[in-house]
Write a protein that binds this ligand. Sequence first.
Ligand code: PRP
Ligand code: URA
Length: 209
Amino acid sequence: MSQLHVIDHPMVQHKLTILRQSSTGSKDFRELLKEIALLMGYEITRDLPLEDKEIETPICRMTAKVVSGRKLAIVPILRAGLGMVDGLLTLVPVAKVGHIGLYRNEETHKPVEYYCKLPEDIQERLVIVADPMLATGGSASDALTMLKGKGCTNIRLMCLVAAPEGIKAVQEAHPDVDIYVAAVDEHLNSNAYIVPGLGDAGDRIFGTK
Ligand code: PRP
Ligand code: URA
């Protein structure tokens, strides 16, 4: 069964509170989202296996630790997921990046696919799907289905704010995918926005409203 990990580190919670406030403009929103993504990335990569490597320090030879073979891919769901990529790349600079473009139909709230470009060897990688908002769960579920269709078997979902409805939907559709969030909010409103949430993440990142 899929595990839900709530990353309640004080620095993540503090930055999220600033991010949520409507008085926070796009520049600060982008910076904070990047910082939170990096901090959340620490937790998501906590269990990566290590292996020994022989190195030489200025003093002597030693057996040191390096992250072993498993390769990583970061897949943001466009647009808002883009805001989490730089933070994750700061942590794992060698990761490859794929993109999945989905937008929600304003009336049905169902996701519509418009773009998909993934690394050729994506099925060999641990994939971190990034999207700040998990509302109905439709977009995340579709993105996970697309990745599984390309052969991915090792996927984690990273969101900033989640509604209980979205968590339930993803866990039912993808019981093999662990979900990492900074907050589980109260519920969805009649427009399928997360309450209290932070508004429209894409618009806040890119200043489109
Ligand atoms: C937002 C958000 C998620 C989706 C979440 O994207 O970034 O992708 O909604 O909603 P769901 O869980 O109900 O599917 P949106 O469709 O607004 O597109 P945008 O990122 O391009 O603004
Ligand atoms: N998409 C957003 O950007 N915010 C929400 O609250 C729900 C979906």
